[in-house]
Design a protein around this ligand. Structure first.
Ligand SMILES: [Fe+2]
Length: 369
């Protein structure tokens, strides 16, 4: 699909996921997909699996062979560039040969770690070398993504977000090579997600889409993905049984479409503020998004009202006073780690965004959270 942006002198040639399998029990097709990749006896697969599934893989008939490397990814903290480097080194230690496939199964953190390692294994260097836009130069290893919670769109997006603690930065390896080659979308896998996490993560899709639709870097295909994803997310969270099977199916589709939408666009005001909360206070991405979204009446008034309505409909209470009592130094770090996100903020507020997004304004907003 080729597009020409009307007023921007850039040429965008978009790519989405090549293949996806959808349906209840689809995860059982993983064995067949991997058998096609294993061409010699010593070919091995690296699995990155959310630590939640430790001891639970048997019931999924997970096709791990003795030569494979199975890594459980802890998700208490947001993933860092150091973690991605460490995981890559472990794969290299496991075998001098490259794996025939990398599988990521879990939420956004696990899916992103698998993407980062697949890039690093072929490109060399350190994870921080690739944080930014189109810095990955060589195709990644073939990889399969299996989301187990819906909303981040990590399964469909062209980035893998990592915290860089030394640089006070939260940024992804934004590249076509970061995209998964194959997805397995199995709504049975989201059944055991805790209610709050299900809501916060689902809202990531809502937020991606409203930010992208309100921005200035619009894309007709991205807009279409966003509109449909928003329709599905609204149906799920305006209903009174957000985790019913039909709603889990809808949310899984919405998450995928939201990820495709963002591949053609940029986020807006919410994600930079959310990144500040993650970098300075270590708050998880999806909860941080919701904390910010709840205070976005100046930027997205209609959507903020809808967000509050959905919170109420699902009986979700957000933590409060999260930024109370922060020092001036912490506030300054929050400001810096928010305004550093030039592309989304320019998308939302224009190139002179720092004229309105002053330290005082940013501070005021965080103090309401
Ligand atoms: Fe997000």
């Amino acid at each position: 699909m080729i597009t020409f942006a009307a007023k921007v002198e850039t040429f965008t040639n978009s790519k989405n996921i090549a293949r996806y399998a959808f349906g209840r029990g689809a995860v059982r097709g993983l064995e067949t997909l991997l058998a096609a990749r294993r061409t010699t006896a010593d070919d091995f697969v690296v699995f990155f699996v959310d630590a939640f599934f430790r001891g639970r893989l048997g019931s999924l008939a997970f096709p791990v062979r003795p030569q494979d490397l199975l890594v459980f990814v802890e998700t208490a903290l947001e993933p860092t560039t150091d973690l991605a480097d460490h995981m890559t080194a472990n794969v290299r230690k496991h075998s001098a040969k490259a794996p025939c496939c990398v599988v990521g199964m879990g939420g956004g953190i696990t899916l992103d770690v698998a993407k980062a390692v697949a890039n690093l294994l072929t490109n060399g260097g350190k994870a921080e070398d690739f944080q930014g836009w189109d810095l990955v130069k060589k195709p990644a290893l073939y990889k399969i993504g299996i989301p187990t919670v819906s909303g981040t769109g990590a399964e469909a997006s062209r980035t893998c977000v990592l915290m860089n603690e030394k640089k006070n930065l939260k940024l992804g390896m934004n590249s076509e090579f970061t995209l998964y080659d194959q997805l397995i979308l199995d709504p049975d896998l989201t059944e055991s997600v805790p209610k709050e996490q299900y809501f916060y993560t689902g809202m990531d899709t809502y937020i991606h889409c409203i930010e992208s639709l309100a921005g200035s870097y619009r894309h007709p295909v991205g807009d279409a993905f966003s509109h449909e994803a928003l329709r599905l997310v609204s149906e799920v969270f305006d209903s009174n049984e957000m985790m019913a099977l039909a709603n889990r199916e809808k949310l899984m589709v919405a998450s995928y479409l939201g990820g495709c939408a963002i591949a053609n666009s940029y986020v807006g005001v919410v994600h930079p503020f959310s990144a500040g909360l993650s970098v300075v206070l270590g708050i998880h991405h999806c909860l941080a998004n919701c904390l910010v979204m709840n205070q976005m009446q100046d930027y997205y008034p209609r959507e903020t009202a809808h967000f509050k309505k959905m919170l109420k409909a699902q009986g979700i209470t957000l933590p409060s006073d999260v930024c109370r009592g922060l020092s001036d130094g912490q506030m300054e770090r929050l400001y810096q780690s928010t305004v550093i996100h030039e592309r989304p903020l320019t998308n939302a507020l224009g190139v002179h965004y720092k004229d309105t997004l002053t330290l005082r304004k940013v501070r005021e907003l965080f103090q309401r959270i």
